[in-house]
Design a protein around this ligand. Sequence first.
Ligand code: SF4
Length: 107
Amino acid sequence: MSKIARRKFIQLSAVAVAGALASPGRRAYAQDLPHLAEDDPMATAMKYTHDASTVDPASRVNPAAEQTCDNCALIQGGDGDEWRPCQIFPGKLVNANGWCSVWAPKV
Ligand code: SF4
């Protein structure tokens, strides 16, 4: 390995290590996001609630019986986390026990 290539390799390795130490994972970053408020205009428009059990199943367009953010195809983040990112509400976290009218089954 040439002297320049070795120097470049060391520099890139240092950057990679620094990056790994500075951000131990996307999950840690996601948990820093604010919780979606139920009175957020977008949440209201989508009928979002933190507690899916408060929604009358008959009022749902999608007939699937049990619908929570936890079993929605649009949820992101780690299984088991109480608050998780959602593709519909970028930059906010939704409750795993929540629900909104965009709910879609996982395939
Ligand atoms: Fe929950 Fe799915 Fe609605 Fe997102 S799209 S708030 S995960 S039900």
